[in-house]
Design a binder for this molecule. Structure first.
Ligand code: PMP
Ligand code: GLU
Length: 398
């Protein structure tokens, strides 16, 4: 079968592939502890579910405007004012089927062949492929633990060319959990202020935040840049709503209108029922978010400490999200039954085969020295999973 050259240029999402593999192994009866899935293990809060049930019962089950209902746009506008001190009009908001879809649409309306998009690594798996699908060129800036996994203003300055169209900032980050402080964002803003470059601010982990400084995005931090910033957010992570598929963008009217145009030719509106649920999530009682976050923080403290006790493993303490990204390069070169482990995919295979633990190779996020573990699973699973990892690593010989 001849498929398009477009599809040959990208990889399937590795995070989703490993989550699917974990589920398939479990269905076969294997007792696998899953650290792969990037989704909260909590149930969607009941007030949100009830809003969806009410929507169904009221017959709110038909097409809505392509870019979302006015009710949901107004809830998003109120949220952006309340949480981020940002003002937008309805014509500056577009709702899509998850933030991934928002990012995909954005790339489709912004990039032409050869346009360069700066992506700090480690990056979320889907960014480079979303850019490639739009025929843009990902320009990767490598960061490491020493810089707190954050791009420095110098690195950004050096990466900019006259083809640079946009830079993606994801704070807190998937996979590292690193978050930019307001001062760090200011320093980055200084590099961008006199350049014709768009800034895509992926704020999806905004609420899953443990740092001492307050969460801020670039638009709040540097209002002079607001006309060039597209804020991307959604309900998946904050409200344990990954399956409901609601994400949104807030930004310049022209870009939002272009996304509406593209979306009118691919998905049409996001699900009507999910939109009603998202209104309740964003505008309703927020206490439930704090409860989830304090549970995540307890798990983070435990898992970082436990990983750092494994010889050969060094784990950076994340400031947000629900991932750890330990450096495991200290283990590379060791063998099991004569087979050497020299890369993150090999270590991940070994952990799955020998320890019944699923995680994602760092290579999928642009850093082969690391692996990613999601701690969106119970403390009991985390304790058992880390014990299995420790035992498996101790079986390796140098
Ligand atoms: N951005 C980042 C950094 C993510 O980790 C995710 C989670 N998959 C998304 C965007 C997309 O989330 P969703 O499509 O579920 O809204
Ligand atoms: N963002 C999550 C992850 O990184 C969910 C899977 C995906 O959409 O990539 O695991």
């Amino acid at each position: 079968m001849r498929l398009s050259s477009r599809v040959a240029k990208i990889n399937p999402s590795e995070t989703l592939a490993i989550s699917a593999k974990t589920n398939a192994l479990r269905a076969q009866g294997r007792d696998v502890i899953g650290f792969a899935a990037g989704e909260p293990d909590f149930d969607t809060p009941v007030n949100i579910k009830n809003a969806a049930i009410k929507a169904i019962e009221a017959g709110f089950t038909k097409y809505t405007p392509v870019g979302g209902t006015d009710e949901l746009k107004d809830a998003i506008i109120a949220k952006l004012k309340r949480d981020n001190d940002l003002e937008y009009k309805r014509s500056q908001i577009v709702v899509s089927c998850g933030a991934k879809h928002t990012l995909y649409n954005l790339a489709q309306v912004l990039f032409d062949p050869g346009d360069e998009v700066i992506i700090p690594a480690p990056y979320w798996v889907s960014y480079p492929d979303i850019v490639v699908l739009a025929e843009g060129r990902p320009v990767i800036i490598n960061t490491n633990e020493k810089d707190g996994f954050k791009m420095t203003p110098e690195q950004l300055r050096t990466a900019i060319t006259d083809r640079t169209r946009a830079v993606i900032i994801n704070s807190p980050s998937n996979p590292t959990g690193a978050a930019y402080s307001p001062q760090e964002l200011q320093a980055i803003a200084k590099v961008l202020i006199d350049k014709d470059i768009l800034i895509i601010s992926d704020d999806i982990y905004e609420k899953i935040f443990y740092a001492k400084f307050p969460f801020m995005n670039m638009a709040t931090c540097e209002p002079k840049l607001k006309d060039r910033i597209i804020v991307v957010n959604g309900v998946s992570k904050t409200y344990a709503m990954t399956g409901w598929r609601i994400g949104y963008a807030a930004g310049p009217e022209e870009i939002v209108a272009a996304i509406n145009k593209i979306q009118s030719q691919n998905t049409s509106n996001p699900t009507s029922i999910s939109q009603k649920a998202a209104v309740e999530a964003i505008s309703g009682e927020q206490g439930v978010v704090d409860k989830m976050v304090s549970e995540f923080q307890k798990r983070r403290d435990f898992i970082v400490d436990a990983l750092n006790q494994i010889p050969g493993v060094k784990c950076f303490s994340p400031e947000g999200a629900f991932y750890v990204f330990p450096n495991v390069s200290g283990i590379y070169g060791r063998s099991y039954k004569g087979k050497k482990i020299t890369s993150s995919p090999e270590l991940i295979d070994y952990l799955l085969d020998e320890a019944n633990v699923a995680a994602v190779p760092g290579a999928a996020f642009g850093s082969d020295s690391h692996i990613r573990l999601s701690y969106a699973t119970s403390l009991k699973n985390i304790e058992e999973g880390i014990k299995r990892i420790k035992d498996a690593i101790s079986k390796l010989v140098s």
